[in-house]
Design a protein around this ligand. Structure first.
Ligand SMILES: *[C@@H]1O[C@H](CO)[C@@H](O)[C@H](O)[C@H]1NC(C)=O
Ligand SMILES: *[C@@H]1O[C@H](CO)[C@@H](O)[C@H](O)[C@H]1NC(C)=O
Ligand SMILES: [Cu+2]
Length: 675
């Protein structure tokens, strides 16, 4: 939710070095898949074409988004069946660049190497911030005399101050200016800067003018102590613990998956892993092989996190604006960090590198952006039969899952984002949070001194962990056995028996409804039991059920802000836990294309006002995974993983248990072991 020098500048210089090394590394040859992320050469083509049109000697040009322009879905589906010999898919890049102060939307044909269109967007809101402009903005305070005076007044050492930039949202202002708030922290004696804020200062930087345009210094509150805040192993002292014992993983037959370019095949699954500077990881064309039908069947055309809304709950001058849209404002792809082998992913994982771009359009290699590995240790299915006299039956199958992982670190928070695939047909997207709380400094050292609402919890002396939410919006374009799908809501209902026909007085049964329009598909999950499924009404099982997949949702979290509150207008896509819309190539970003300073004019909540028909159509499900975060002392100084997940599970998709005939892996004889 914030941008800081200590993290990002180090990262960026490391990336620049890595891109030199890549010249010497060998990448296996593969055909380009039409959904592959842009290559280094393609980023350079974009940079060259835009710079040729707008020479930087006469223009200011900054690239805020460069990504693959989604190919037409029809074309991709034809390509999948006929393959490249018959069909070539146009390869285009979509660009948002600020050129001489105007937002340009540019489409480039990468094969013909020409600009297809170049339009100026004049509406509200701004594109994703660049890493480079934030790096400059956060250095402004140290040369700004009023800030220097404030630091001196507090008796702090200016050389030990680091600053971070925070998007400002929109609170009904009429003017449209690209501004960020800049908050500063002390790095003295700890790298845990977020827990040592310099409180009481309001600083606004205008990114176009690149100068501080607003400054107030109100009251002086203590900067929390650095003691016990450092999380580096080198700064810890004994006793250490709890102890971890070594565990080696060994796959004598090699991994059970294959990665060819960005296409993965594993067990009965095939899918493609894309990457985008805004969305981060994108899973496409996921299909599962049906052993009985002898064919691969499509499940998910595309899935990714469309937005992450993080509203803080402190309405004071210091914090009220902290209502972040981490994907649209900071870029999930831009904020993806290199995974640490053997720590972030197990020893048997394989890694995929990717490219991101800087503000001047230069690509840089992001090493180990994604890891893929198999996970063992659970049960797939089992039974011990004790009911047959003189016969003992026990059968158990090992579950082996495939995990695709990235870590997105937006300032203080680390989001561990997994896509888990199961041979039984389930896909389980999982989120785990770690990193550091956003802390507000206070003079209070003990709970007994609290006189008014702190808008958070005292997590350490002088440190308030402010209440906030994390709302992840998943885009899930299901194509269950084809594109024509419907959305089914099943409720479980109590039936009372009043005619004495049974000794029972009640039972429950199911009642299923097909959602006809987008309004029918706005779901607020609660305690009422029910099931939600995407089905293909044109494909039935032998016994006549519609083939489908159901959503086993994450624990539902509802927004607690009022609907007329500015952040909630911008984040209105969290008003329901589940939404279903007809597929539309341009409806990708639930909070809108231009999210920074947006006014909520281009959100999922606005699109669905058309109340379009969704029966037997190509439809998209949107699922909000929310976490209300009431900070606790264990979250300090760094937070152990807090996780949640949901499951997309076949429901009458297969004729029977699809893993009935799966054989458990053979037991392994360890090398060098005598027995
Ligand atoms: C301020 O910090 C710098 C850099 O860490 C250090 O060299 C200097 O001695 C500090 N000054 C004071 C007065 O503590
Ligand atoms: C697709 O979505 C955009 C944005 O909501 C809208 O302007 C356009 O009319 C939609 N196209 C179709 C075919 O519905
Ligand atoms: Cu949190």
């Amino acid at each position: 939710m914030a941008f800081s020098t200590t993290m990002k500048l180090v990262l960026f210089s490391a990336l620049t070095l890595l891109s030199f090394q890549s010249v010497f590394s060998v990448t296996p040859l593969h055909f380009q898949h039409p959904l592959d992320p842009l290559t280094k050469e393609e980023f350079l083509t974009v940079q060259t074409l835009v710079h040729n049109k707008y020479p930087t000697s006469k223009n200011t040009v900054s690239f805020h988004y460069i990504g693959l322009d989604d190919p037409e879905k029809d074309a991709i589906l034809k390509w999948e069946t006929l393959k490249p010999s018959v069909i070539t898919i146009p390869r285009k890049a979509f660009i948002i660049a600020i050129i001489n102060g105007q937002n340009h939307e540019i489409l480039i044909d990468l094969r013909l190497k020409r600009i297809v269109y170049d339009n100026v967007y004049k509406g509200n809101g701004f594109p994703t911030l660049t890493v480079d402009e934030q790096a400059i903005a956060i250095e402004l305070p140290k040369k700004y005399p009023p800030f220097i005076a404030s630091v001196q007044k507090r008796g702090l050492n200016l050389s030990e101050v680091v600053c971070s930039s925070f998007t400002m949202g929109w609170f009904g202002e009429k003017e449209n200016r690209r501004t960020v708030r800049v908050d500063c922290f002390m790095k003295e004696s700890t790298v845990n800067i977020y827990v040592r804020p310099i409180t009481g200062i309001t600083m606004v930087a205008d990114l176009s003018l690149m100068k501080i345009v607003e400054y107030h210094d109100r009251d002086v509150e203590a900067v929390p102590t650095a003691e016990n805040t450092d999380y580096r192993v080198s700064k810890q002292s004994p006793p250490f613990g709890p102890k971890q014992h070594s565990l080696a993983s060994y796959q004598p037959q090699g991994p059970g998956f294959q990665i060819n370019g960005h296409s993965v095949s594993w067990a009965n699954w095939k899918f493609h892993i894309g990457f985008d500077v805004r969305a981060g990881i994108v899973i496409s064309l996921a299909s599962i092989y049906d052993l009985e039908k002898h064919k691969s069947r499509r499940v998910l055309y595309k899935g990714y996190i469309s937005e992450l809304f993080v509203p803080y709950q402190d309405p004071t001058e210091e914090f009220y604006f902290k209502t972040f849209f981490d994907s649209g404002e900071f870029g999930f792809g831009l904020s993806t960090v290199s995974l640490i082998p053997n720590r972030d992913c197990p020893p048997h994982a394989q890694f995929i590198d990717t490219y991101i771009h800087s503000a001047d359009g230069t690509p840089s290699l992001l090493k180990n952006a994604i890891c893929v590995f198999e996970q063992y240790g659970n049960i797939m299915w089992r039974h011990t039969e004790t009911g047959i006299p003189n016969e003992f039956v026990e059968e158990s199958r090992t579950e082996v899952n495939l995990i695709v992982r990235t870590v997105v670190t937006v300032g203080n928070y680390d989001n561990v984002l997994d896509w888990e695939f199961k041979a039984s047909g389930s896909i389980k997207p999982a989120i785990a949070l770690s990193g550091i709380l956003e802390i507000k400094g206070t003079n209070i050292k003990h709970k007994d001194e609290i006189k008014e609402d702190l808008h958070g919890k005292l997590v350490s002396a002088n440190s308030i962990g402010i209440y906030h939410d994390h709302f992840y919006m998943y885009y899930l374009d299901f194509d269950i056995d084809g594109v024509q799908n419907s959305f089914e809501k099943t409720s479980l209902k109590t039936v009372k028996i009043t005619d004495g026909s049974s000794k029972r007085k009640s039972y429950w049964t199911t009642e299923t409804q097909i959602a006809k329009t987008e309004s029918d598909a706005k779901i607020t999950l609660g305690l009422a039991p029910g099931e939600l499924a995407i089905v293909n009404p044109n494909k039935k099982t032998i016994v006549g059920n519609d083939v489908g997949y159901r959503l086993i949702p994450a624990i539902p979290a509802h927004p607690l802000l009022t609907e007329d509150d500015y952040p909630q207008i911008r984040g209105a896509f969290t008003n329901y836990n589940v939404w279903v819309t007809p597929y539309n190539r341009t409806e990708k970003w639930a909070g809108g294309l231009y999210v920074d300073h947006s006014r909520g004019e281009d959100t999922l909540a606005v699109w669905t006002k058309k109340n379009r028909d969704i029966v037997n159509k190509d439809i998209v499900m949107w699922h909000v995974v929310g976490i209300h975060h009431v900070p606790a002392q264990e979250d300090f100084p760094i937070m152990p993983l807090l996780s949640t997940s949901f499951e997309l599970r076949p429901t009458n998709f297969f004729e029977r248990n699809p893993v009935l005939k799966t054989l458990s892996p053979r037991d392994v004889a360890w090398p060098g072991c005598s027995k």
